[in-house]
Design a protein. Sequence first.
Length: 158
Amino acid sequence: MTNKNMVPILIADDDLDDCRMIEDAFRESRLLNKLHFVHNGEELLAYLHRTGKFKEEKNSPLPGLILLDLNMPRKDGREALKELKTDAEFRQIPVVVLTTSKAEEDVYRTYDLGVNSYITKPVSFVSLVQVIRDLGRYWFEIVELPESRVNRPTKSKS
């Protein structure tokens, strides 16, 4: 197993059935990366900033990749993406939108906000497994990712 297989992946999706399918697709694809789940944009940012229930480092390792759904409660994926990509501490983390939206406006807007890739969620599990397999191959075998900052400091809230 290479270090790239150890890169944690953060998945932001409010649909628990989709989360289970994504987790199963990773397993089926034989990708061994540790998966962490959040269910809205507020949780995504709390995870990254290590606040609330994500205060402990073991509960919030810096992800090497974020899979982001757009349509989530509290703070949607677009808002979270905007905050994430304007924060110098997190903007280098690759973000892949994985959503049901096929709206051209969403595609353009998320690329303007700095998303690295935009994928419409496949309807079938077999297709999802293929997408996850291709994502894994691309992000963990082909491209070079920045070194993970494992012992990143926690921002102090003054």
